[in-house]
Ligand binder design. Structure first.
Ligand SMILES: [Zn+2]
Length: 301
C-alpha cells in the first residue's frame, strides 16, 4: 500500500515537472470562413469543425444534435461576433460547453448601418457583422485566433506563432493586391448590386458602393416598394454589375437585374466558402474570387 502511494506520488511529481504536453486542439468555429482561418493558423495542431457548412447562411442556422456534441468535446469555440451568429449563445449554453469562446472580430473598427428591412429593427442603427470581407480585417481575426490557440496550447507556441504570422502576412499582401486590382475600375463604374448587404467593409476598404435589396441579415425579406426603388435606381444610375450570392436564393436578384435591364455578373461568396472542389474553398480563394468577379462585373459594358 505504502509502496503504491509512493509510486503514485512519484508519478504525480513527474507530471508536475514536465512542461505542458503538445496537443491537438479540437476547435469549433461558427461558419466556414472562420473555420478556414483557424485551420490556416493552427495547421496540424488543430482539428476544426464548422457548424454552418459550405454554401450555408451563417445568420440563420438550425443546430443539429451532433453540433451540441462537438461543442461538448471542444477545447475552443471561435465565433465572428458583431451580431452575426444570433443563434450561437443558446447552442453553447445547451451543449454544456464551459471553455473559452473567442470573438475573432475583436479589435476591428465596427461599421454601422440603418436597417432597411421591414422587421422590428426597421430604421434602427445596427452593427454590420461582415467585417471579414476586408482582408485587413481578416488579418485582425487571424491574430486573435493565433493568440487564442497559443493560450490553449502553449507547448506548441513557437509553431503556432510561425504559421499564424505567415498567414497574417499573406492576408496583408492580399489586401494590397485587392487595392491594385480594383484601381483599374473608373470611379463612375464602382457600383454593384448584391442580394444582401454583406460588402460594406469591402466597399469602405476598396472604394466600391454596394446596393442590396436585403438588409444586413439575409434573414429579412425586402418589401415590394424597396425592390421597386432599387430597380429604379439601377436604371437611373445605369448599374451594370449585379451579382447573386452562393448562400442565398438567387431569384430576387435575378428579377431585379431583369427589370433593371442589367446583366448578371455571376456569383459572389460573401459569407460562406464553397465546397472543396468549388472556386472559393478557402478564405484567400474566396476573397480573390470576389475581387476578380467584382472587377470584371464593374468593367463590363
Ligand atoms: Zn450576411
Amino acid at each position: 500500500m505504502l509502496k503504491k502511494s509512493a509510486a503514485l506520488a512519484a508519478t504525480l511529481m513527474l507530471c508536475l515537472m514536465q512542461p505542458a504536453a503538445a496537443k491537438t486542439l479540437h476547435v469549433v468555429a461558427s461558419f466556414t470562413v472562420l473555420a478556414d482561418l483557424v485551420q490556416q493558423v493552427g495547421g496540424s495542431h488543430v482539428v476544426v469543425k464548422s457548424l454552418v457548412g459550405p454554401n450555408g447562411d451563417p445568420h440563420v442556422y438550425e443546430p443539429t444534435p451532433s453540433d451540441a456534441n462537438a461543442l461538448a468535446h471542444a477545447d475552443l469555440v471561435v465565433e465572428s461576433g458583431l451580431g452575426l451568429e444570433g443563434w450561437i449563445d443558446r447552442l453553447i449554453t445547451a451543449s454544456g460547453y464551459k471553455g473559452p469562446v473567442v470573438v475573432a472580430s475583436a479589435g476591428v473598427a465596427p461599421r454601422t448601418m440603418v436597417d432597411g428591412d421591414d422587421g422590428p429593427a426597421k430604421g434602427k442603427i445596427v452593427t454590420d457583422p461582415h467585417a471579414w470581407n476586408s482582408a485587413a480585417n481578416a488579418a485582425i481575426y487571424a491574430a486573435n485566433i493565433e493568440r487564442a490557440l497559443i493560450k490553449a496550447d502553449p507547448a506548441d507556441a513557437a509553431d503556432l506563432k510561425a504559421s499564424g504570422d505567415r498567414y497574417i502576412a499573406q492576408l496583408k499582401d492580399l489586401d494590397a493586391w485587392a487595392r491594385r486590382e480594383l484601381a483599374a475600375v473608373p470611379a463612375a463604374r464602382r457600383k454593384v448590386i448584391t442580394s444582401h448587404d454583406a460588402f460594406s467593409y469591402f466597399g469602405r476598404a476598396y472604394g466600391v458602393s454596394f446596393l442590396a435589396p436585403q438588409g444586413v441579415s439575409s434573414d429579412a425579406q425586402p418589401s415590394p416598394a424597396q425592390v421597386a426603388a432599387l430597380i429604379t435606381q439601377i436604371r437611373a444610375e445605369k448599374v451594370k454589375a449585379v451579382f447573386i450570392e452562393n448562400q442565398t436564393d438567387p431569384r430576387l436578384v435575378e428579377e431585379i437585374a431583369r427589370e433593371g435591364h442589367a446583366k448578371l455578373g455571376g456569383e459572389l461568396y460573401p459569407e460562406a466558402l464553397s465546397r472543396a472542389d468549388g472556386p472559393a474553398a478557402s478564405y484567400v480563394d474566396m476573397f480573390r474570387y470576389n475581387v476578380l468577379a467584382l472587377k470584371a462585373g464593374m468593367l463590363s459594358r
